[in-house]
Design a protein around this ligand. Structure first.
Ligand code: HGY
Ligand code: MN
Ligand code: MN
Length: 423
């Protein structure tokens, strides 16, 4: 079994979710903490020094050789940083996040062999970064750890975020042995990032074969941009009541309003070219079979290349929800939970990644991805870039997400080449 596939095989069953299928690995859950232990052991086996940051992230450092008059912190400034996340969506695929981490580990082994053979001289340190809560599946804000590090998210707000059980992010940090008081903008960490390169499974059909018998296209692509995206909570308030004693004409049922809102979301997005809008999560309160809900919370995930179009679409959906709610004797309220504008990756870095990649994958394309990534958050502060590895199913955030062993190795080798050029 190949390097990357072998690394991933060791964690394939961590967080396996028999009810949903796939894996469920929320940040700081037992499953994700097992992945953190796996990463720490694999990094240590490569002689890397693993250190947590104040925002739940892990850094595995391949430091430069010590030099008189230079501290480790000084040697780490402007380092080359790679990596990805370990947390997953509920019932997610096994590659979204861990492929980037495993590929970074495999690339470091490759680079260390090159250095031992005298084929690589390093002018800067290298680190593998595993940011916390990229999916926002437990605390609701995507890229929570990287947004905190860059100062894009207020630590007071982040620490007060709660999960489904009411546990705050501060409590989760504390339970993981971290000091919540350290959460927030991390100048030293930012200072240590010269360039950030994230390898990730391609989450759409851009690299998947178009037909069964189609010639396999390039296995790896370079990221050019990330589609702007956000998530909003829409709460529909009605009157909780008894399912048996409440006549149909006497009801203010937020579930009926919610059902119409879900259809309206699809219709509104369908009328805007390139827009995507999803309701993937809907929670009636109290949620009893024989109970008319008093409230229904549903979450909107809305994306579009132009940020003002995303905002307009959300407002349109909100207006329609208010009308629908009123018709059902209910009310509707909208709360933004997180939003990230469309980001273009650093063109110079993208150019270097393309030049490096095309030495081995001549027809490697540039790919505008519709999925969010920590690289997209960092790209607003530091030169950041991405490599995407073919997913033949073109499906992600679902158990069918897949990467062939050979493609995984091609991706890791491409990452090693790119890192070697950048080192
Ligand atoms: O939602 C996203 O686009 C990413 O997978 N977090
Ligand atoms: Mn994801
Ligand atoms: Mn991801």
């Amino acid at each position: 079994m190949s390097g990357v596939a072998g690394l991933l095989a060791a964690i394939a069953d961590v967080g396996r979710d028999p009810r949903r299928g796939g894996v469920t690995r929320p940040v700081f859950s037992p499953a994700e903490r097992t992945l953190r232990e796996w990463f720490t052991a694999e990094a240590a086996a490569r002689g890397l020094s693993v250190e947590p940051d104040g925002n739940g992230g892990l850094w595995a450092w391949w430091d430069l050789p010590p030099r008189a008059g230079r501290t480790t912190a000084q040697a780490r400034r402007g380092a080359l940083v790679t990596g990805s996340h370990l947390d997953s969506v509920p019932g997610g695929g096994r590659f979204d996040g861990p492929l980037g981490v495993a590929s970074a580990l495999a690339a470091v082994s490759d680079l260390q062999a090159r250095e031992a053979a005298g084929q690589l001289t390093r002018n800067r340190a290298l680190a593998i970064l595993v940011p916390a809560e990229e999916e926002g599946s437990r605390f609701g804000v995507a890229c929570l750890g990287s947004r905190l590090m860059t100062g894009d998210l207020d630590p007071a707000r982040a620490l007060a975020l709660t999960d489904a059980d009411g546990t705050t992010f501060a409590e989760a940090l504390h339970a993981a042995g971290l000091d919540p008081a350290r959460a927030g903008r991390d100048p030293a960490a930012l200072d240590s990032i010269g360039d950030f390169v994230e390898l990730h499974v391609e989450q759409g059909r851009n690299l998947a074969p178009l037909a069964e018998d189609a010639a396999p296209g390039p296995a790896v692509a370079v990221g050019s941009s990330i589609l702007g995206h956000g998530r909003w909570r829409l709460s529909l308030h009605g009157q909780g009541n008894h399912a048996g004693t409440t006549l149909m004409e006497d009801r203010a049922d937020p579930m009926v309003a919610a059902a119409q809102v879900v259809l309206a979301v699809r219709k509104a997005a369908g009328q805007v070219p390139d827009a995507r809008a999803t309701v993937g999560r809907l929670e009636p309160v109290p949620g009893g079979t024989n109970v008319i809900a008093s409230r229904v919370d549903l979450w909107l995930d809305v994306r579009h290349p132009e940020d003002h179009v995303t905002a307009e679409l959300v407002q349109r959906i909100h207006g329609q929800a208010q009308k629908t709610a009123a018709f059902e004797g209910c009310t509707a309220s909208l709360t933004e939970e997180s939003s990230t504008g469309t980001v273009q990756f650093d063109p110079v870095l993208a150019g270097m990644l393309t030049e490096s990649l095309r030495r081995t994958v001549p027809d490697a394309p540039l790919l505008a991805t519709g999925a969010g990534h920590d690289a997209g958050v960092l790209a607003r502060h530091k030169p950041a870039g991405m490599l995407f590895v073919r997913n033949p199913t073109g499906i992600s955030h679902a158990p069918e997400e897949h990467v062939e062993d050979d493609d995984a190795d091609t991706g890791a080798a491409a990452l090693a080449d790119a890192l070697a050029d950048l080192l």
